[in-house]
Ligand binder design. Structure first.
Ligand SMILES: [Zn+2]
Length: 670
């Protein structure tokens, strides 16, 4: 992490709320400025008779897309309910598409880290994106376009235009409403990631001016960073999209109308309840399949939008989607929405593997042998986000691990159950890899640079962000199962989801729920695992068996009769102190289990001695393989008689190949 970013982190924490909470004391409070305003309590897009979330926003957007220029013009009406308990006179808005400009913070950080699909050796004008506000009116307070001011709470990069702020002449009282009328123009970039066009395909995500979240007494509206995702309030969306008639459109929520216009266009309207982002796609090349899943709250219509080159994989996509839905419903809680749209994006579009509420993108290629579970992994992963990003909706800027990491943990659980624990990633040509190995490999590659609990933009680089946020969190939670039990962990996850869905919980809400459900104080584990950078690495340091009568002349060792003094030393090489089991087997078939608490800051090793008519044959640390965060598994065991050289070579080869695939998949799906 650069010193510049440390300073900016502090700025983000201390200055950003200060900027946002500009004094309101002297301004007259708007009284009943818009008494008729409200947020709809519609429930037509959910299988629930009442709203599921505390609805803060209602977005009504009328957008017209021109595929020739990859741009759109739109009118947005945003109704905001001030539930903050105090008067508000300042409102920040995200303009995420402005990230796709060569001097933005997003591009600077991705160029620095060489991430995604380009390291920007040369800027290509096709990569330009922008979200330009043409007119900004606050109903009852007039045209405030001239008052808009770009702010850069984290890094002060004046060229970054991803957050804009407006100061209202009249504050909005507690429990009051305010309505913004915004005219904007979007230029979509050629997809660098998540959003944009490729050939005649469009994936529109984070495409409209979007208000920040008032969270824990301050506005939370971070700049768009290379490694960060999103955070927004729940509400209702009514979006009309006008496109040429040859386009096939898919979107978040439910389709409520589809009207053909006389100018060769059509207008498709969508409604969505209790979501915090609205994404859509258009392409002339989709073939749309519909399917149904019977959820515990009601039927869910599945729209599967496939590319023609992948039509033979439609069944694979539908199967894994339904299996995943079924697992999440049974293990974590109900999926309450009436639709789920799965988009198979244009080849090479960098729009694969992305999540938006009730709308996800998969990722496949025309060549996909059935034992290469790439499509299954992506669909499961992105669907899992419906729970952690979509419904629980934690702050992805500041707690990326609570979405990506918890989601990677549930990915391991769900895929292992569906595809088998050792084969859930790859089961082809005699090579197998499971999810646990995938997550562990992703973690061990960058184990000690950053802690899990930190802002997404503060990681040393994108590799560390990915390895820690996804792989370490998943491995830490899998290891936690070994401490509190798999069933208890599942109950804790269910409790966490049911208690905190639609509420934006914090990391402590999550950790305390696990402690409460398990009835255990787990700070000894959470402190190094979640808040620290300590690395766990136990090793068999020494194994030796010496005849007790070694000094006698002409001593002849005889199996079963000669008495041996055996010594085993276990070393803790890392700073992560963790209780471990050690299994010792003797050559007479006798087995011993030892338990070591891992020592303390001054004690890094333990010696076990035995006197038996047998030699030590094998020593294995963590014989039940409960620990997923040991950085080096190769030093965890010892054999007195080495395996045949050839066998070992072969094993190493397969391990290498499997890990190579695991690594490849780990980065592909991020
Ligand atoms: Zn993800």
């Amino acid at each position: 992490m650069s010193p510049r970013l440390v300073v900016l982190l502090l700025l983000a924490i201390f200055v950003s709320p200060a900027i946002a909470q500009t004094a309101v004391a002297h301004a007259p409070i708007a009284q009943n400025a818009s008494p008729a305003l409200s947020i709809p309590n519609t429930t037509i897009a959910v299988n629930s008779p009442t709203p599921l979330s505390q609805r803060v926003v209602h977005y009504e957007i009328d957008a017209k897309y021109d595929p020739k220029t990859h741009s759109l013009d739109a009118e947005e009406t945003l109704t905001y309910h001030n539930l903050t308990g105090q008067a508000l006179d300042t409102f920040p808005f995200h303009l995420y598409l402005n990230a796709f400009q060569p001097t933005s913070t997003w591009i600077r950080e991705t160029k620095r880290d060489g991430t995604r699909d380009t390291s920007f050796e040369k800027w290509d004008s096709k990569n330009y994106g922008s979200d330009e506000i043409k007119r900004f009116e606050v109903v009852g307070q007039g045209d405030l376009t001239a008052q808009l001011k770009f702010i850069q709470p984290e890094d002060g990069n004046k060229d970054d235009k991803t957050v804009v702020q407006v100061h209202l002449p009249q504050p909005i009282p507690p429990d009051g409403y305010v309505q913004f009328k915004i005219t904007f123009h979007d230029q979509f970039p050629q997809t660098l990631e998540r959003t944009g066009w490729k050939r005649d395909f469009l994936l529109a995500g984070q495409w409209f001016p979007k208000v920040g979240v008032w969270w824990h007494g301050a506005w939370n509206c971070h700049q768009f960073h290379g490694a960060t995702e999103f955070f927004a309030d729940f509400g209702v969306y009514d979006v009309k999209i006008t496109v040429p008639q040859f386009e096939t459109v898919g979107a978040s929520g439910i389709e409520v109308s589809n009207v053909t216009n006389s100018d060769g266009t059509k207008s498709v309207s969508y409604h969505a309840d209790d979501i915090h982002e609205f994404a859509w796609t258009a392409s002339p090349h989709y073939k749309v399949y519909t399917d149904n899943f019977q959820g515990s709250m009601g039927p869910v219509k599945l729209n599967i939008m496939m590319q023609h080159a992948h039509l033979d994989q439609e069944e694979r996509h539908a199967r894994i989607l339904k299996q995943t839905l079924d697992h999440f419903e049974r293990w974590y809680g109900p999926y309450p929405y009436k639709t789920l749209t799965l988009v198979d994006p244009e080849a090479g579009s960098a729009a694969e593997g992305m999540e938006y509420p009730t709308f996800i993108t998969g990722g496949t290629t025309w060549w996909m042998p059935k034992g290469l579970y790439g499509p299954e992994l992506v669909v499961e992963h992105e669907f899992g986000h419906q729970y952690w990003y979509g419904m629980v909706a934690t702050n992805e800027f500041e707690d990326a691990w609570m979405d990506e990491g918890i989601n990677s943990y549930t990915e391991a659980k769900v895929l292992d159950d569906i595809l088998g624990p050792r084969t859930s990633i790859l089961n082809q040509w005699g090579i197998t890899t499971g999810e646990r190995e995938l997550q562990r490999t992703s973690y061990t590659g960058s184990a000690d640079l950053d802690p899990i609990a930190q802002n997404g933009w503060d990681y040393a680089n994108y590799g560390s962000y990915g390895g820690i946020t996804y792989g370490k969190t998943a491995s830490v939670l899998l290891t936690l199962e070994g401490i509190i039990g798999e069933d208890t962990m599942q109950r804790a996850m269910h409790t966490y989801f049911m208690r905190y869905r639609f509420t934006h919980p914090t990391k402590e809400d999550f950790l305390k729920t696990i402690e409460e459900v398990s009835g255990k104080d787990l700070r000894w584990y959470f402190n190094p695992a979640i808040y620290g950078t300590q690395v766990l690495d136990y090793a068999v340091q020494k194994v030796e068996s010496t005849p007790v009568d070694w000094y006698k002349e002409k001593l002849k060792e005889k199996k079963g009769e000669t008495e041996y003094q055996s010594e085993v030393i276990i070393q803790r090489k890392g700073d992560f102190i963790f209780p471990v089991e050690i299994a010792i087997a003797f050559d007479n078939g006798e087995k011993v289990r030892e338990h070591w608490d891992g020592g303390d800051i001054q004690h890094r090793w333990i010696r076990y001695t035995y006197q038996k008519k047998a030699k030590v044959e094998t020593v294995e640390i963590d014989p039940d393989h409960k620990i997923q965060i040991d950085r080096n598994n190769f030093n965890n065991s010892h054999r007195a008689e080495p395996d045949g050289k050839a066998t070992r070579k072969l094993t190493n080869y397969w391990t290498f190949v499997s890990q190579f695939f695991a690594q490849l998949l780990a980065w592909w799906m991020v």
